[in-house]
Design a protein around this ligand. Sequence first.
Ligand SMILES: Cc1ncc(COP(=O)(O)O)c(C=O)c1O
Length: 451
Amino acid sequence: MAIDPQTYTDLTREDLAHLLHPQYYAPDHQQPVIFDHGEGVWLTDLQGRRYIDGLSSLWNVAVGHGRGELADAAAEQMRKVAFTNNYVGFSNVPAIKLASKVIDLCYDNMAAVFFTNSGSESNEGAFKTARFYWNLKGRPTKVKIIARERSYHGGTLAASSMTGLPVFWKYFGPLVPEVVHTKKPDNLECDCTPNTDGECAHWLEEAIKREGADTVAAFIAEPVKGAGGVWTPAPDYFAKVREICDRYDVLFIADEVITGFGRTGYWFALQRWGVNPDIVSIAKAITSGYIPMGAFIVSTEISEALHDLPPDARFMHAYTNSAHPTAAAVGLRNLQIFEDEGLLENATKMGERLGEGLQAALGKHPHVANLRWLGLIAGFTLMRDAAANTPYDASETMAIKVQRHMREQGSLITRVVGDNVLFAPPLSINGAEVDQMVASAAAAVKAVTGS
Ligand SMILES: Cc1ncc(COP(=O)(O)O)c(C=O)c1O
């Protein structure tokens, strides 16, 4: 049921006056879509319009909307107790069970979980843990973090500093020191198959050599760069990263805030290639966004070091709401849905349907380049001339026009970054809904590019 136009106008005015949104820019909020409710992959706004949630509301709602069992899990746990302190000497059952479950599902070498409230906090904790670990090992000079260009690691200052997208830095500096980014080495000659954005593992090796391995604590990377435009790795990229990190005694932090819990058809993305990181950052799909929660997960080696601290070195990292019992109860119930409904298998199947559908509809389009997908995450790049690799001028905002068309004509909400159009629907999506996404994207590209 749609609300009356005056109520919408009043809410819009109130929103503009009092609500500061992430990545705020007031002109974006003159005529906002104000969401009301959701069911499965579908969202309905206050004006009664329905949309496919083509990016799972920021890579978040893995099991889809409207899951009463998750509301029940939260209510049941809240009725038992509001919250309990998980600091020194206290714990709670849902958090203990969820930590064990996550360790069961995660990489073979993982041992322990520190719960957070967001992906940014997870990466912040991973960063601090890497430094802490090297201090415990008697190597206090190993403090630098190497991150990648076009990566996104979150909004806290350390996470923004690791993020490789300069647009997130403007006016916030100085950033956290001792964070560096990989860049294309001069005169690089190698026979690596590059990732879809052109990077290869030698960029990391060059960065370690440039900085000096004795100064480097960790390398952080998303298995698929998400918010930077959906860039998928070459199949052997992460095995090479692992080998380089081992060779130079550098910890490898996998930022799986997007890819953790099924997005690529595996519980964790590097399982596809049999690669084990040292620390894993997660958030989002652990609770499918029904309630905020994240975590960083550490290997047996790091866990053992944390279990065996010298008397003067407590691990003084903390968040009040770490291991919140309500969030943990929702997380447990959410992962049960994954297993009951075979969502990893569905992600693989629907991911193929989405990728192949986009390929059939747009693979030879003169203005579409670099179509890529892995599991149920996909993207393509709009170009003035795809064959000649000639980009559009930024001022043409082609992807924004495609996004608007998809939303207004095709009932599809997703995200664009530069000229890249991104897709990551709920893992519970069905074939007809995938086909509708593809049709909507193809129609929008045709309408906007004129071919
Ligand atoms: C890969 C990655 N890391 C970290 C974050 C930050 O997570 P949050 O927004 O929950 O703090 C995000 C958010 O999209 C992300 O995509």
